[in-house]
Design a binder for this molecule. Sequence first.
Ligand code: SAH
Length: 342
Amino acid sequence: MTSALELDEGALAQRLTAMGEPAYRARQIRAHLLRRGVVDYGQMTDLPAAVRGRLGSELPATPLALQRRRPTPDGQTTKLLLRAQDGELVEAVSIRDGDRHTVCVSSQVGCGMACAFCASGLDGVARNLTAAEMVAQVLHAGAHGAVSNVVFMGMGEPLANFPRLVEAIGALTDPAGIGMSARRLTVSTVGLAPRIRDLAATGLPVGLAISLHAADDATRQSLVPVARRYSIADLLAAAADYAAATGRRVTFEYTLIAGRNAEPHHAGALGRLLAGSGSQVNLIPYNPVPGLPFAEPATEAVRRFAAIVAGHGVTVTTRQERGRRVDAACGQLRRAVRGSDP
Ligand code: SAH
């Protein structure tokens, strides 16, 4: 069933007139959906109750239905579990930090990249999400407060779903629709160098984060299978081209895993690799995945790692583990729910 979100104003007006409703209701509904984050017809109180009821059964507002919301006790982070029309489960995470409301969006059901430590890749990729399914995650999160930033860092590899990703970015930044600034969107990639160049060629000034996780190819290949196709040198060249084309600094993500990539000599190698590149590093202490033999380093080791990288003049941030209590690492909630399904 097509959803209202997938219809442009003209097509939505046609559906409404076929239901005996005035065409201007299309504009009302789109303003609710795109401008106010109202994804529930029940809350579109300027529509007659009978129309809201009919729309609810004949035209879903978005292609995803909210299945579960799990907030952390402090209410700052909320995991949304959404159900697609084919029954697939999609995760999004909403993170509040002062004035910022960031939504972490999934781009695929599962993931085909099979990074050794990641929950999303354990069962491979089931399918790509549509652009509307990516946008719907933002709208569902926005129902609880205006969204200021979107990061494509949930389940899946966004650059492996390239045309739909670009379509979703177009919808999020359409001035006649949701109207976000492209500068407030960030795409996180495992490092598909040719697709990084394709993204640069779109001219969209979206932020780019590259999952590096190692400063040498052998270590990277032991964690990220696709590293056998694209070397670290390939990625640094693609990142430099991206920064030149968009004027945006590239961020390198580095998940810290005890005994694998978190020793002081790894930090030194990373600092030397990125010194003078103008890029920055985001350290992510490993979030343990049940059944996988990886652990996070001690807090002191994380602090020391950051200090060594920073000593090379590279800007370093360390991600706080906000989502852990809601299983907010990639793919974890979907797996937990499926695991408990009969
Ligand atoms: N496919 C995209 C988005 C993945 S999720 C990419 O590879 O960038 C965002 C980041 O979280 C990636 O850097 C990913 O490697 C990392 N990640 C995945 N599982 C993790 C875990 N359990 N703990 C810490 N970081 C993890």
